[in-house]
Design a protein around this ligand. Structure first.
Ligand code: AMP
Ligand code: MG
Length: 411
């Protein structure tokens, strides 16, 4: 018999409870490597990174114009005696009533303390005529404006993004110590599953979960190790788990994790390692197996394709990122959107329905993507957001506001 889908909600863990238990049991792996900056995108810092220099490390101009000395402020006409180019500084002495032609990013001679924009002067041959003097410091980028020597750039556990890579490069940092990538092995279980590229016989379906998981892991910058389709056979499952636990940091399986007659995962895991079978108050994805075989963490996800995606995004991904070394807050950002139609919901579990959100005249409006069955993977493919319906909420009327989590960056 399958687990009763309508069991008392008081027996269920909330998503937050399940997640905090899982995270508390998953310390970061302790393995790192140094990678050149170009290969550091989406990698997680293994140690704190500090700036070894000031940026900028010399005073430079933020404008094309003329570098001046405020002690000449009484003069309305100054003589141009040289040029400071970006990369070619002017370093000779500057006397009374003299100034320097200067370009953006060029070194500001030590004697100068302000830059006037070229648009604000009248140039006649090698002189400039000023109607208004800049104030001291104007149009000069000071030493350490951006980053100061010794400053903490990133704490341990930061996933490096494009701007972070640029910041490290601006400090001259050529390589960075990052956690080794997590290696996650996964297999599908089910006698009905056929890998793509073969023919289905009556009663068989193509295995889609493995391809979804592969893509989800790649998106999360985790090394995916595809261990194939394993039949509903305890011996085959056991040997696949042994092989996976020897080769991988984490194992994910889909299917066979319930308590039906062909669901062997829980019993095998009990024999081989530690196991929790949890009923979580979410829909889809209520049953979740979490455990370990030696040092290898294990997630047994439900077989239905939408349940796989939702449990991966809500539970497995934050757990994997924590194991991979991430120490940033991973709570998804929630926005509010107006519903374009009535949304059906029974109180009892937090629901993650598939939606498509649009910005209509400055207001976020969300549509359902149709049939919300957990086998309807097309509903996930059409979605650009998850509509998050609170545990005890009932039907939501058209025009009410709901919380959404974006699945993509664009609207
Ligand atoms: P199970 O959790 O094994 O009882 O499977 C629940 C449902 O998900 C069944 O309809 C399975 O056929 C389907 N299913 C299980 N694994 C996969 C998979 N890898 N790809 C697509 N559907 C699957
Ligand atoms: Mg099955």
């Amino acid at each position: 018999m399958k687990m009763d889908d309508s069991c008392a909600t008081s027996d269920l863990l909330t998503l937050e409870q399940a997640l905090s238990q899982i995270l508390s049991e998953l310390p970061a792996i302790d393995a790192y490597e140094r990678v050149p900056l170009k290969h550091a995108l989406n990698r997680i810092t293994y140690k704190a990174v500090h700036a070894a220099i000031d940026v900028p490390n010399f005073r430079n101009s933020s404008m094309d114009g003329y570098a001046l000395r405020s002690i000449d402020k009484h003069s309305k006409v100054l003589n141009i005696i040289g040029t400071s180019w970006a990369g070619k500084p002017f370093t000779k002495p500057i006397a009374d009533n003299e100034c320097i032609r200067i370009f953006t990013g060029a070194y500001v001679p030590d004697q100068c303390d302000c830059v006037v924009m070229q648009e604000n002067v009248h140039r006649i041959d090698e002189t400039i005529h000023l109607t208004q003097w800049p104030v001291e410091g104007e149009n000069i980028r000071q030493v350490g404006d951006d980053t100061q020597k010794g400053q903490l750039l990133f704490a341990k556990g930061r996933s490096l993004q494009p701007a972070d890579i640029g910041l490290l490069a601006s400090c001259g940092i050529a390589d960075v110590a990052v956690f080794k990538k997590l290696n996650v092995g996964f297999f599908s279980t089910g006698d009905e599953l056929v890998p793509i590229g073969s023919q289905t016989k009556p009663g068989q379906i193509f295995d889609s979960n493995r391809y979804t998981l592969h893509a989800l892991l790649e998106t999360a910058n985790i090394t995916p190790t595809d261990l194939g389709v394993i039949p509903d056979d305890p011996i085959a499952i056991e040997s696949a788990l042994i092989a996976a636990s020897n080769a991988c940091d984490v194992i994910i399986t889909t299917g066979g994790a319930s308590v039906g007659e062909a669901d062997y995962i829980v019993d095998i895991l009990k024999k081989m390692g530690r196991v929790h079978l949890w009923q979580i108050a979410i829909k889809p994805g209520k049953p979740l197996v979490f455990g370990s075989i030696n040092e290898t963490a294990f997630f047994g996800l439900p077989g239905n394709p939408v349940s796989v995606m939702v449990t991966f995004q809500q539970i497995v991904q934050p757990a994997l990122q924590t194991r991979a070394g991430l120490q940033q807050n991973q709570t998804p950002i929630t926005l509010q959107a107006k519903t374009a139609e009535t949304i059906k919901k029974q109180p009892g579990r937090t629901e993650f329905q598939r939606g498509f959100v649009e910005n209509i005249n400055g207001e976020l409006v969300v549509h359902s993507t149709g049939n919300q069955g957990s086998h309807i993977i097309s509903s996930m493919s059409k979605a650009n957001c998850l509509i998050v319906l609170e545990q005890y909420a009932a039907n939501i009327e058209k025009g009410q506001h709901v919380n959404i989590q974006l699945l993509t960056q664009s609207l």
